[in-house]
Ligand binder design. Structure first.
Ligand SMILES: [Ca+2]
Ligand SMILES: [Ca+2]
Length: 141
């Protein structure tokens, strides 16, 4: 595909190749593969299936079913960085509420009760947010 560009009042013409579509395809692939190489798609699907109903989310079950519990410290840290969407270094309550949507865009938000229970379980220093060390400890517990 070629674009024809008119220069200086249309007196001369120049043709340029359209290369930008290649870059767009690459960025979409990297979003979709956020957990690739860490967690398996079928484990994620099974874990999400198990907590579809409101107030049925259990972080211990979820971390076990996704396989996250048995991952290395570095891999758990990589997952934390994905969940910390604004890269503040902490998972705040609003990010925690949308926790499941990191695993599948169509997943539900956690209920207020689930979010508060999840936060209370992880937030051992009581600052109202979950740091990477708190997250790692929660995953392994
Ligand atoms: Ca954050
Ligand atoms: Ca904390």
């Amino acid at each position: 595909m070629w674009y024809i560009i008119k220069l200086h009042g249309g007196e001369s013409h120049q043709q340029l190749p359209k290369a930008s579509t290649v870059l767009l395809c690459n960025s979409q692939a990297s979003i979709k593969m956020a957990f690739s190489g860490i967690l398996s798609d079928s484990d994620i699907a099974a874990a999400l299936q198990g907590c579809q109903a409101a107030d049925s989310f259990n972080y211990k079950t979820f971390f076990t079913q996704t396989g996250l519990k048995s991952k290395s410290a570095d891999q758990v840290k990589q997952v934390f960085e994905i969940i910390d969407q604004d890269r503040s270094g902490f998972v705040e309550e609003d990010e925690l509420k949308l926790f499941l949507q990191n695993f599948s865009a169509g997943a539900r938000a956690l209920t207020d009760a689930e979010t508060k229970a999840f936060l209370a379980a992880g937030d051992s220093d009581g600052d109202g947010k979950i740091g990477v060390d708190e997250f790692s400890a929660l995953v392994k517990c």
